[in-house]
Ligand binder design. Structure first.
Ligand code: KG4
Ligand code: ZN
Length: 340
């Protein structure tokens, strides 16, 4: 196979606290993916420590690369391209993946491509069987983003609305911290909420009475704080507050998604990013969209949160279109998807 054909694309993800490598094959699909989570490293600090994250990416990337190459059974010199996350994310962490991607590309004489982390999250849903066709509405919900996007085609994104303050994942993490739940907060709050009484506390649904598709989540954190200050925090009360918070978030997201579908006249909704792993969100959106003869699409659980499969696939799509990096390494810690 000539080096100009795009078939085997390696993906590298190091934007935050997961180190991940994957190999995508244009003929056979995803061949292998491996991930190392830094959760135990950052846990004692209650959040990601950027410098520790960068150093750990350096330690883990090469072993993960070797693991993926061995699992896929594809030799390094058979690769046709390397994709890495260019941003948004933590600058030092991004630099590690970008440097490794650029060095590999240079050494192997193959093109490299820096991909947008949120576009990669979006493409995770298209790795599943029966992927949605374009156009569709996308809800991007992660630790740093809450956005509704009209996806006209691959690479054609119109921002419909976004959070005016905290991202929804960030609100989960901060509220979990208030409740004394372990890091990472999103999954532990969701777990606590399962045992919660849905009627004991009722939190507001922010901004649903205003027109438009923007979100606000900082008020919910304050509602949770008021409960924490006025109640005795036994295990049941923690679960009840977690439940009230999660229900308010999920309802708000569902209402805005339905509004975005009505506004665009579209019948397909794609939900991606770490918070798309939330079971209450998945169930409530499924019920709501079934009722309006619309369809909701999610990535498999392992590809909701950060991973390199989504980066390899996005890189494959962009390299296939003839795009590639210029020589040199550039990362973009802040980078809006609607500028692509
Ligand atoms: O996409 P992601 O892995 O990283 C970013 O790009 O930010 O998203 C991480 C976020 C965190 O805020 C985490 O608490 C949240 O996703 N998250 C969840 C769940 N799993 C992860 N939030 C609610 N419920 C979950 N099951
Ligand atoms: Zn992410």
């Amino acid at each position: 196979m000539s080096k100009t054909t795009t078939r085997y694309v390696l993906g590298i993800e190091t934007s935050c606290d997961e180190t991940a490598v994957a190999l995508y094959d244009g003929n056979a699909g995803l061949l292998a993916h491996a991930l190392y989570s830094q959760v135990d490293l950052h846990g004692p600090y209650g959040g990601v420590v950027p410098e520790l994250a960068s150093r750990d990416h350096i330690r883990k990337l090469l072993p993960l690369l070797e693991e993926v190459i061995a699992t896929a059974g594809v030799k390094l010199d058979a690769l046709n391209g390397v994709a890495y996350t260019r941003g948004p994310g933590l600058i030092g962490a991004l630099m590690v993946g970008a440097m490794m991607g650029a060095s590999l590309g240079y050494a192997l004489g193959i093109p490299t491509i820096g991909v947008h982390h949120m576009e990669a999250h979006l493409m995770a849903a298209l790795l599943e069987p029966d992927p949605p066709s374009y156009p569709f509405v996308a809800l991007l919900v992660s630790g740093g983003h809450t956005q509704l996007i009209h996806v006209k085609d691959f690479g054609k994104y119109v921002l419909l609305g976004e959070s005016v303050d905290d991202a929804v994942g960030e609100a989960f993490d901060k509220t979990a911290k208030l409740l004394g739940l372990p890091y990472p907060g999103g999954p532990s709050l969701a777990q606590a909420a399962e045992r919660g009484d849905p009627k004991r506390f009722v939190f507001p649904r922010p901004m649903i009475n205003r027109p438009g598709l923007d979100f606000s989540f900082s008020g919910l954190k304050t509602a949770a704080l008021n409960c924490v200050n006025s109640e005795t925090l036994d295990a049941q009360t923690i679960s009840d507050i977690a439940c009230a918070f999660e229900m308010a978030v999920v309802d708000t997201l569902r209402i805005k998604c339905e509004r975005a579908l009505a506004q665009t006249g579209l019948k397909r909704l794609v939900v991606v990013g770490g918070v798309s792993a939330n079971q209450r969100l998945r169930a409530e959106l499924k019920t709501a969209l079934d009722a309006r003869q619309a369809t909701v699409y999610f990535p498999r659980l392992a590809f909701c949160t950060d991973n390199a499969a989504m980066v390899a696939y996005t890189g494959f799509l962009r390299l296939q279109r003839g795009e590639q990096d210029a020589l040199g390494v550039e990362v973009l810690p802040r980078w809006s998807i609607d500028t692509l």
